[in-house]
Design a protein around this ligand. Structure first.
Ligand code: PLP
Length: 424
């Protein structure tokens, strides 16, 4: 195909992120329904254990969403009023909402445009320029006086964040780390799955680590809604488990009480939440987990197909390029248009892709562009130039394993032809 020639659309719409469910999931849902366990029960427990075994985390806590996992994670770290959490503006609302739920305040640092992840250099700048050590030696924000004791990096698009650098910062500034791994189930850092307890700020004395995953309908492992929390310290998970089920100290009782040997006795020990994971979700999750490695492999193959089709177009686009030492879960393929290289704007180009039956998305509108966060935090346009540029030129392409390699290859070909056609 050459410029000027008519570029043929796909025969059918290529959805951005459809789930891939099979007969096993269908049969298991039916079996769950017939078993009578509609909420938390034996399948939820099995899923929780099988995922811990897969990740090598030993243990984990399945919950109703990643938002719930983030909320519980921050809560068990003791985050509350008078405190702040440093995170990235290039994320979904959940990440910062979880901080606000606890009466604490989210702070942002800019991203590294190579990966879309929080830039360790900017994190260092935040702590050394915007903060000063308080009486206990821990960082206080210069303007608000908030104690900033927690770092909340997002593994954007499934590409592991620079954990090594964050561990060093955790040691220097005495931080805990809660990872938002909503995109990154099955991603590996130095050969270990994210969520593995050895991936922690080992040298940082007293620095605690948690990792939160999402099973939302579009994520790499989908249960419709769902989330999971792992921790470097088992006590943190114990606390989170109690909080995930109303604050009932032996939460297994709440579902075990309906079993033959169950008892009606329970005690509410604190003000917890209703964040439990159900057997219906687990019915999907058990089989999605069994296929996760294949799913992620196919995502990587789709990404490679886009990269190949876009080779030689570096004057028009920036392709995602994984860093050495990591294995991305390829939740997203963040293509960036080079500013001014095309005769069409990013928004127009998205419409042109749609006209050719290629779905896409833009993840994410930086948090400080949303009216709630503009008002709550006082950040504005220009506060985080790298995140803003990343967003302005961004188009996320379909990577779902539900798509065949042939359809993705065809979409990649059409994309490359369209880029050439609209080269300025
Ligand atoms: C999807 C997503 C979440 C929230 O996950 P839920 O399971 O829907 O609560 C959190 N952070 C990021 C970066 C996400 O993309």
């Amino acid at each position: 195909m050459t410029a000027g020639e008519d570029i043929k659309a796909l025969d059918q719409f290529l959805a951005f992120a459809p789930p891939l469910m099979g007969r096993e999931e269908e049969a298991e849902i039916l079996a769950a329904v017939r078993s009578g366990w509609l909420t938390t029960g034996p399948r939820a427990e099995r899923f929780e254990q099988e995922l811990a075994a897969f990740l090598g985390s030993g243990r984990g806590l399945a919950v109703s969403s990643c938002t719930a996992a983030l909320h519980l994670g921050l809560k068990v770290l003791g985050v509350g009023p008078g405190q702040g959490v440093l995170t990235t503006p290039l994320t979904f609302a959940s990440t910062a909402h979880a901080v606000c739920y606890l009466g604490a305040r989210p702070y942002f640092a800019d991203i590294d445009p190579a990966t879309g992840n929080l830039d360790p250099g900017e994190v260092r700048r935040f702590f050394s320029e915007e903060c000063a050590p308080g009486p206990d030696g821990r960082p206080r924000h210069g303007r608000t006086g908030d104690l900033i004791g927690t770092l909340l990096p997002v593994h954007y698009g499934g590409h592991p964040a620079d954990l090594e650098a964050f561990w060093a910062l955790a040691e220097e500034f005495r931080l805990d780390i809660l990872e938002d791994a909503a995109h990154a189930i099955g991603a590996r850092y130095r050969g270990l799955y994210l969520g593995h307890p050895d991936l922690k700020a080992a040298r940082a004395e007293g620095s605690r680590g948690l990792c939160a995953f999402s099973f939302y309908a579009t994520k790499n492992l989908a249960t419709g809604e769902g989330g999971y929390l792992t921790a470097t310290e088992p006590e943190l998970l114990d606390k989170a488990r109690v909080l995930s089920m109303y604050g009932i100290s032996d939460s297994r009782r709440i579902w075990g009480r309906y079993a033959p040997r169950g008892t009606w006795v329970y005690d509410v020990a604190e003000l917890g939440f209703k964040y439990n994971f159900t057997d219906l979700q687990a019915a999907l999750g058990l089989h999605q987990l069994a296929r996760l490695t294949d799913f992620n492999r196919r995502r990587a193959e789709h990404a490679a197909a886009y990269n190949e089709a876009l080779e030689g177009l570096d004057d028009l686009v920036t392709r995602p390029e994984p860093r050495p030492g990591v294995e991305s879960a390829w939740h997203l393929y963040p293509l960036r248009l080079k500013p001014g290289a095309l005769s069409k704007s990013r928004d127009e180009f998205i419409e042109i892709l749609r006209d050719h039956r290629i779905g896409s998305s833009v993840l994410f509108i930086p948090l400080h562009y949303h009216s709630y966060y503009r008002q709550a935090l006082g950040y504005g346009e220009g506060s985080f130039p790298e995140a803003e540029n990343f967003f302005k030129n961004l188009i996320n392409l379909p990577l779902a394993p539900a798509h065949s390699p042939e359809r993705i290859a065809r979409a990649a070909e059409i994309l490359a032809a369209l880029l050439k056609k609209y080269r300025r």
